[in-house]
Design a protein around this ligand. Structure first.
Ligand SMILES: C[S@@+](CC[C@H](N)C(=O)[O-])C[C@H]1O[C@@H](n2cnc3c(N)ncnc32)[C@H](O)[C@@H]1O
Length: 302
């Protein structure tokens, strides 16, 4: 599929997304959030359904899960996946966006999203809508990251990289994140500031947790998870993608204050680094903890 035909987030919907959570951690969150009493859920920006399918086993047996997404292809695919899992009676999908949710006020026991607020222009507008469709006392729970933090997690090969190279990468990605935000396309480290937005929206009982999931790759990569991760990484090989495709990255870099003449050099340096890691995977010499920073932030509607 060409870059321009790719629906939103199409690069990120591989099998690896099924491995984002530790089941026992979600059991703990289900207790903390009292998910067994949840009968109706809205999954905002559902994509092809990963988050809803992940949460379903922890909800009340008779729960109904609705998903909305602005991309028609994701709605089709999510519906198809629910059918394949024989879950079409429990899952219902329709086109819709976070800023204009196609449901009445006070409809759901729980409204949730995973890695969606990082893509919206104004999360406070989206959250206001999400709260509108939540029943009084209902649970708003979001899984959103700080995507810059992993830049300070090292692997066995880059742990001694020169400080200025590390800082160059951090500066580059910070500028890209800020540029993406300036273009109205969302802020990739939004998790850090969502608790403040929750409090401004009048939510109570605000809680913040961090996922305890890592995605380690330790030679000789025998686990099923390592194989899936490697397949995903190999699928990106040959494509000029580092977090985002090259042209998209350039657009963000420039909007974040970057200088056009500097982009190519930094991009090539980062790409070279990525290729070095890819080769090390193939040679089975790279070891990484695969640590990310994913928040689970929740609050209750008054
Ligand atoms: C990174 S994907 C996450 C999908 C899904 N929540 C998951 O975790 O697998 C981001 C999703 O947000 C959707 N999206 C983008 N802008 C949106 C908006 N304004 N309102 C709702 N969803 C949006 C995209 O179409 C995409 O499916």
């Amino acid at each position: 599929m060409s870059e321009k035909d790719m629906p939103h987030s199409g690069h990120y919907f591989g099998d690896q997304r099924d491995l984002w959570w530790n089941y026992d951690f979600l059991e703990l969150m289900a207790k903390r959030w009292d998910l067994s009493s949840v009968h109706s859920v809205l999954d905002v920006g559902c994509g092809i359904g990963h988050w809803g399918f992940t949460l379903a086993p922890f909800l009340n047996d008779k729960s109904q899960i609705s998903g909305i997404d602005p991309e028609p292809r994701w709605i089709e695919k999510a519906t198809e996946r629910a059918r394949e899992k024989n879950l079409e009676r429990q899952f219902h999908y329709q086109i819709g966006k976070a800023e204009q949710i196609p449901y009445e006020d006070n409809t759901f026991d729980m409204v949730t999203c995973q890695t969606v607020l990082i893509h919206v222009r104004d999360p406070s507008i989206a959250l206001k809508e999400m709260i509108r469709v939540l029943k009084p006392g209902g649970l708003l729970a979001v899984a959103e990251p700080n995507n810059l933090a992993p830049l300070l997690v090292f692997n066995n090969l880059n742990v001694n990289d020169p400080v200025d190279e590390v800082l160059m990468a951090i500066q580059f990605y910070m500028m890209c994140e800020r540029g993406k935000q300036a273009l109205g396309l969302g802020y990739n480290s939004i998790g850090d500031i969502l608790p403040f937005t929750f409090s401004q929206q009048g939510l109570r009982k605000i809680q913040i947790y961090l996922s305890d999931k890592t995605s380690p790759l330790i030679p000789p990569y025998l686990s099923r998870e390592a194989q899936i991760l490697l397949d995903q990484i190999k699928a990106w090989e040959g494509q000029e993608i580092l977090t985002w495709p090259k042209e998209e990255t350039k657009q963000y870099f420039l909007a974040g204050g970057g200088i056009e003449a500097e982009f190519e050099e930094i991009w090539q340096a980062l790409l070279k680094d990525f290729k070095k890691n890819m080769q090390a995977f193939k040679d089975k010499t790279l070891s990484t903890t695969g640590t990310t920073l994913m928040y689970l932030i929740s609050g209750r509607k008054k």
